[in-house]
Structure formats: structure tokens, C-alpha cells
Ligand binder design. Structure first.
Ligand SMILES: [Zn+2]
Length: 498
């Protein structure tokens, strides 16, 4: 029976993505699908012996900002080398359409870069299929991009006509296959939207079955109000909710996640489908302008949405016009210029515009663990693919959770850790026939050594691939073989309800 299957992976320890205990067996692949799991008879055209290695569904990064990166760096090495096989783009209110607005917004991350032009979300997804990256892409409609297209950066409620315009753009996205709508309520122009506007637009997701994901209005002193608003939007619009990068930001707010998780539990008890995502680090990363606008560099005691950030805890990840600032702290530049934090920050923001991206240590390790342990939490990198010193989460998020938090710290079993990045997000986002090792499902698979798996990206040297990750398959094709990127680009645009 030579060549019954395209590929058979033998004697591997299978973590099936459901959270069930692992089993030892074989996995056969035919074309882009998993054909058989267990004791596989018949031979593969190719055979891989994966004794003492773990096999899991490919990881799903539910919180990415790779809308443009998938065209600019289609190998997507920083993601596939850590085992990610599907990226959910369009988070924090920043989406891929309408095109001219998206280009302007993403220019902060990538400069004025050359990408093929597309029309609407239908066009964006078609362009991915025409020009595929190495991993699959699922999109959310970004509310901020939509709002800007209707009313620019206006700080007011939309007129009826503007709201109709926004509704039409959101509907086009959802009907074209987007998996929901996201907001970024600390960013311009999303921060000018009131709750009622968001409910109106989230109702569109109720019609098509998508979810509502939010970078909430406040992750600091008013975290609980922000969680309440998010849950209220989900309940009023009748849509599942995803809290983006669940955290308490700023020393003075540490511990608040215990209360915000209670709000999540209460809402779940009432029947609302609320989950969250998290990156496994005590530092966040965002654009400097947003940090300033939200009071992050003001004197302690002010209650901005990001908490107070000490200047020695704020590091420049990307300052394209002044690469010499990258890797330096704000404290450093304050001392050099003899300026207060806010004044120094404003000077940099004035020169760099939205291109200035920072990494800032605002969280507490106990809080990170508290959120991670909670059953509502799945994993999302929030990585920003830019600059010489990106946050290490761009390269290390998924192995870090499995290695440091599941295996070493014992926060959860390895099967639970795998579930939080595979079966759980696939079910929540509606990624059909993905996220489990199961006959008939797509062959998005990762093979790693559970004893040596480790993230190696650091704040000083972020552009480093993890160790112990051997093979990655996307739709049945190897994109990583023996720890090296193959150059293959078998990714697809995923569409909800198809
Ligand atoms: Zn965000």
C-alpha cells in the first residue's frame, strides 16, 4: 500500500486541541486535510518520525496587526516560526478597509509602503488568495477605520447619514467573510465613539454571526467601567464578546484584574459568551501618540486609560526618522534634553508622527498569571511587525506560554495551554474545521519538542526565533521543516460562513 497518504507523521504525542490528555499515535495527511489519526496503516509518500515530540493544531493568533504585513513580508517568519498557522487581523479598531484610510493608518507601522490596492473587505480577502502569505488570514472589521471613512477624526456623535455610511462599510466586511468587528477606544478616532454608536454597528455582527472584540476605553483606573461597557455592548447587540489583551495597566491599578475577571464570570453566568486574549509579558506596546493622548506621561494621580508610565519603563521600539533613538528609554532622552517626560514625548511625537512605537512595562507578573489561569483567556500576540526593536511578543508569544507558563510554572497542563491557542479560539471565532487534530479538519499542524521548546526573543534582542519547534504545516504544506522556513506560501483567506 505504498503512497496511501501524502504524509504520515509517526509515533507522535498528539495534543488534539480540545484540552484532552495527549495520546501517542500517527497522523496522516491527504492534500490539505488531516485524513487519519491514531494507528495509521498504509504508507505515506513522505514519512516523518516524530517520536518524543508533540504534535498540535497550528496556533491561532487571535490578536494580530498583520493586515499589511501579510503582503509586505508574506513569509511571515516571525509568526510561522513560533507555530502560528492562522492570524486574526483587524484588531483594536484598525482594519484593512476602506483602502485609503487603512493605508494612512498602517503607515504608522510600515511607512508608505507598496501594497496591491483592494476594494472593501471582499477585495482584501481576494487579494490574500491571489497573493498568499505563509499562513491563513482571518479578518475583523476595524471600527476606527470605518469611522474615519465616514466622518474623519471628528470628536462628536455621527449624524444619521454618517451612521448609515458606517453601517454599510461594516456590513460589507461581515458579508464578505469578516469574523466580527473590533474597536480601539483609546485611539483616534475610535475614542470619540459613544457606546450607542458601537452597539448600533455591532448589531451588524449579530446578523452574520460575528463577534465584537475591543481594545477597551480604559485599562487602568477605570478598567472595570470599561469591562462593563464592553459586556453591555455584547448584551445589547446580541453578539459574543472578546476582550482584547486583558490587563491592568499602571502600578496603581495592579490587582484590578481580579475584579474584572469577576465581571467576566458574572456575564458568562448570565449566558453571554465573553472571552479574552492575552500576551504573556508584563510590557505592552503601542504608538507613542496614544500614550500621550491618554495621559500615560502625565504626573501620577491623573487617571488616563493606560495608567502612569515611568519614563525609565518606556522604551522606543520604532522611530523611523531617528533610528538612533530605538532601544533607548524615555528617561534617557529626558536626561539628555533636560525635559520632563511629557515634553520629551511630545517632541518625539511631533517629529515622528504615528511612526513612533513604544514598549512600556506597565503590568505585574501576578496579574499576568491571574488572567492566564482564568478559563476565559486565550492567547494573542498583539505583535507589531516594525522597527528594529519590536516587542518580543512578535516572535515569542506562543512557545512562551507553553514553555514558561504551562511546562515550567505549572499554571496549566500542556494540553490546556495548547487548547487556549487552538481549539478554543477556533470555536470562538468560528474558524471552521481548524484548531483540532481530527480527520477531515485542515492540516494546520505544529510539531515541537515539549522539553526543549523555548521563546528566545528578549527586549534587547527581539528578533529571535524560538527553540524546539521543528515542523509547521499550513493546509497540508510544510512552511517550517527541521526548524527552517521552507519559503512555501500555502496560506488562505478564511471567510466566515463559507
Ligand atoms: Zn490594542
Amino acid at each position: 500500500m505504498a503512497g496511501t497518504w501524502d504524509l504520515v507523521i509517526r509515533n507522535t504525542t498528539i495534543y488534539d486541541g480540545t484540552g484532552a490528555k495527549p495520546t501517542v499515535g500517527d497522523v496522516a495527511i491527504s492534500g490539505d486535510r488531516i485524513a487519519a489519526v491514531g494507528d495509521v496503516s498504509g504508507e505515506g509518500v513522505q514519512e516523518v518520525d516524530a517520536r518524543n515530540r508533540a504534535l498540535a493544531p497550528g496556533f491561532i493568533d487571535v490578536h494580530s496587526h498583520d493586515d499589511f504585513a501579510v503582503f509586505l513580508t508574506p513569509a511571515m517568519d516571525f509568526k510561522v516560526m513560533q507555530g502560528v498557522t492562522t492570524d486574526v487581523v483587524g484588531n483594536c479598531g484598525m482594519g484593512a478597509a476602506p483602502f485609503p484610510i487603512a493605508v494612512a493608518m498602517f503607515s504608522g507601522l510600515h511607512g508608505r509602503s507598496n501594497v496591491p490596492e483592494w476594494h472593501g473587505y471582499a477585495g482584501y480577502l481576494a487579494e490574500i488568495d491571489r497573493n498568499p502569505p505563509s499562513l491563513n488570514v482571518a479578518a475583523l472589521v476595524g471600527h476606527g477605520t470605518v469611522r474615519y471613512s465616514a466622518m474623519g477624526n471628528a470628536c462628536r456623535e455621527p449624524s444619521a447619514k454618517e451612521l448609515d455610511h458606517m453601517r454599510a462599510v461594516v456590513r460589507e466586511g461581515l458579508e464578505s467573510g469578516a469574523f466580527g468587528m473590533s474597536t480601539g477606544l483609546i485611539y483616534e478616532p475610535g475614542r470619540y465613539a459613544r457606546t450607542a454608536e458601537i452597539i448600533e454597528l455591532a448589531r451588524e455582527a449579530n446578523r452574520t454571526g460575528g463577534l465584537y472584540a475591543s481594545h477597551m476605553r480604559d485599562e487602568a483606573a477605570h478598567l472595570l467601567d470599561a469591562v462593563r461597557e464592553t459586556i453591555h455592548i455584547g448584551e445589547e447587540a446580541g453578539v459574543p464578546v472578546q476582550i482584547s489583551h486583558h490587563k491592568a495597566s499602571g502600578r496603581e491599578n495592579w490587582g484590578l484584574v481580579n475584579e474584572s475577571l469577576k465581571l467576566v464570570d458574572e456575564a458568562r453566568g448570565r449566558g453571554l459568551d465573553v472571552t479574552a486574549d492575552q500576551y504573556p509579558y508584563t510590557s505592552g506596546s503601542t504608538i507613542l501618540q496614544a500614550v500621550i493622548q491618554n495621559g500615560g506621561l502625565d504626573e501620577p494621580g491623573d487617571t488616563g486609560a493606560v495608567g502612569t508610565i515611568p519614563p525609565e519603563k518606556l522604551l522606543f521600539a520604532s522611530t523611523p526618522k531617528h533610528p538612533e533613538w530605538e532601544g533607548r528609554t524615555l528617561k534617557d532622552l529626558c536626561d539628555q534634553w533636560k525635559l520632563a517626560p511629557r515634553a520629551a514625548g511630545e517632541r518625539i511625537a511631533a517629529e515622528e508622527g504615528p511612526g513612533a512605537v513604544v514598549v512600556m512595562e506597565t503590568m505585574n507578573e501576578d496579574d499576568v498569571r491571574t488572567v492566564m489561569r482564568h478559563p476565559s483567556t486565550m492567547i494573542g500576540s498583539d505583535g507589531l511587525a516594525m522597527g528594529s526593536r519590536p516587542h518580543p511578543r512578535l516572535y515569542g508569544t506562543f512557545p512562551r506560554v507553553l514553555a514558561r507558563y504551562a511546562r515550567d510554572a505549572g499554571l496549566m497542563t500542556l494540553e490546556e495551554g495548547v487548547h487556549r491557542m487552538t481549539g478554543m479560539p477556533a470555536a470562538k471565532f468560528g474558524l471552521k474545521e481548524r484548531g483540532q487534530v481530527r480527520p477531515g479538519f485542515y492540516a494546520d499542524l505544529v510539531i515541537f519538542d515539549p522539553s526543549s521548546l523555548l521563546d528566545t526573543a528578549t527586549y534587547d534582542q527581539p528578533r529571535r526565533y524560538p527553540e524546539g519547534l521543528h515542523h509547521v504545516f499550513v493546509n497540508g504544506t510544510a512552511v517550517v521543516r527541521d526548524g527552517l522556513h521552507t519559503g512555501a506560501r500555502p496560506g488562505r483567506a478564511l471567510r466566515r460562513n463559507s
